[in-house]
Design a protein around this ligand. Structure first.
Ligand SMILES: Cc1cc2nc3c(=O)[nH]c(=O)nc-3n(C[C@H](O)[C@H](O)[C@H](O)COP(=O)(O)OP(=O)(O)OC[C@H]3O[C@@H](n4cnc5c(N)ncnc54)[C@H](O)[C@@H]3O)c2cc1C
Length: 412
């Protein structure tokens, strides 16, 4: 072999090595792609968060209750790249087109679902409760997204997701005993917190209060009972309001009735504790202010509503919130729609106000969490009764929980 041939081989080998390193670096970059400047600052997003939508495949689905009203969906990224991290308690936002299934015009529906497992390297899990049509009042439809999931979403299907986000998450830096309080499907973020504690902080004391009607509706029954029996045990308080004939107190459930302040006071020795609460509005309205009255500091009361927020953690909740106190009417201009309308304070939010006047706005959770109704403020200012869950970039507002503070021009 001549010297020049040898040099050619070495150059070729070095070139190939360089290409391999470059390809690896590019792949890594895609998996941890830097977010746009605004999103990169958002504190609720975790390492690896992507911006916009990302395709996930349903790996499998599993019913979690005997009545088959709560179904878990395991999701894996179609691109095969790394998942974004998340904090136990955070949620995913789904962009769905349920109508496409029936061949109807595909309206986009945005919904949030809490991650119901502790962070796993390969997949996310959400658990979705089917929302049936209410018997009273008659005529109202069944839930669009939850029924779409239950009836149509199967293993192998692809769904579009925003990165995990949300401000309702476990304080993972603390070893303070934690009291998780769930009602119905509000168990999902609690299960994520619970599993995380068992794996990462086995010395931390964890109480779980979980209220459902009976064993048919209890999700994760075997899993919870196993956790209560394992070491270290969790302090499990399952509460049935309408036990079935076969449900045994002390075996299937610990308490009869509802999860309320009276139950906590009679079963929990108060000390330094962090409370996390998620459940139906009746439970939240009792517990969240109740805990504050019981002497729990507001920094130790964390709560999330799975719908329009009904409770506020403020001793002054009866006082008018910002945005109620301004001189009415206030002019609100929807610039792209070419409409200027008078805000009279009748609607609870700018989203309701826009919809009442036929101005189309995309919306999702309607509670300040998912960011679907973000709008750019051209001039003026927007007030919120409490800080929205969604991290807003400068110059943006959230219509579903915002009210105009003054004359407002929106880029809508
Ligand atoms: C942060 C967050 C996390 C969440 N996590 C979970 C979770 O882990 N699991 C879970 O199951 N859910 C969760 N949710 C709730 C979830 O996002 C959806 O709200 C829920 O699945 C219902 O959506 P849907 O489309 O099925 O019902 P929708 O179609 O939104 O209907 C909801 C209700 O409104 C009624 N309704 C519909 N139209 C009208 C009308 N015109 N007038 C009056 N009433 C009407 C329906 O009958 C139904 O009872 C979460 C929500 C948030 C905000």
């Amino acid at each position: 072999m001549t010297a020049s041939t040898l040099i050619s081989y070495i150059s070729l080998a070095l070139g190939l090595q360089f290409l391999l390193v470059l390809a690896y670096a590019l792949l890594r970059r895609r998996s941890l792609a830097p977010l746009p400047a605004t999103a990169a600052k958002l504190p609720s997003l975790q390492p690896g968060a992507w911006s916009g939508l990302r395709a996930f495949r349903v790996a499998r689905r599993v019913y979690e209750d005997a009545a088959q009203t709560q179904c878990s969906f395991y999701l894996e990224p179609v691109d095969g790249l790394a998942l974004a991290d998340y904090r136990p308690g955070q949620f995913l936002t789904f962009s769905l087109q349920p109508g496409a299934q029936a061949g109807a015009a595909a309206r986009t529906v945005t919904r949030c679902y809490s991650l119901s497992d502790s962070p796993q390297p390969q997949q996310y899990r959400v658990t979705i409760k089917r929302v049936a049509a209410p018997a009273v009042p008659p005529g109202l439809p069944a839930g669009v997204a939850s029924n779409y999931f239950h009836e149509h979403v199967r293993a192998g299907d692809t769904l579009q997701l925003r990165a995990p986000s949300g401000h309702f998450y476990l304080d993972t830096d603390s070893l303070t005993p934690v009291v998780l309080v769930a009602g119905g499907i509000g168990i999902t973020p609690m299960l994520s917190m619970l599993r995380w504690c068992l794996q990462k902080q086995p010395q931390r004391v964890v109480h779980l209060y979980y209220g459902v009607r009976n064993s048919a509706e209890q999700a994760y029954k075997a899993e919870l009972e196993e956790m209560a029996a394992s070491l270290p045990p969790i302090c499990l308080h399952v509460v049935y309001s309408k036990p079935l004939a076969q449900d045994r107190q002390g075996v299937d459930f610990q308490h009869r009735g509802h999860v309320d302040l009276a139950l906590l006071q009679s079963t929990l020795a108060r000390g330094e504790q962090q409370f996390y609460v998620c459940g139906p509005s009746a439970m939240m309205e009792n517990l969240v202010p109740g805990l504050a009255q019981w002497g729990v500091a507001s920094k130790d009361i964390h709560f999330e509503a799975f719908g329009p927020a009904t409770v506020r953690l403020s001793p002054d909740a009866s006082l008018p919130v910002a945005g109620d106190a301004q001189a009415l009417p206030v002019a609100v201009t929807f610039r792209r729609s070419g409409r200027t309308l008078n805000w009279q304070g009748h609607q609870s939010s700018l989203l309701d106000f826009a919809e009442a006047h036929g101005i189309p706005v995309e919306s999702g959770c309607r509670s300040g969490g998912c960011g679907s109704c973000v709008a750019s403020v051209v001039s003026g200012a927007v007030d919120y009764a409490s800080a929205p869950d969604f991290d807003l970039a400068p110059g943006q507002c959230l219509l579903c929980v915002g009210k105009p503070r003054e004359a407002l021009v929106l880029d809508l």
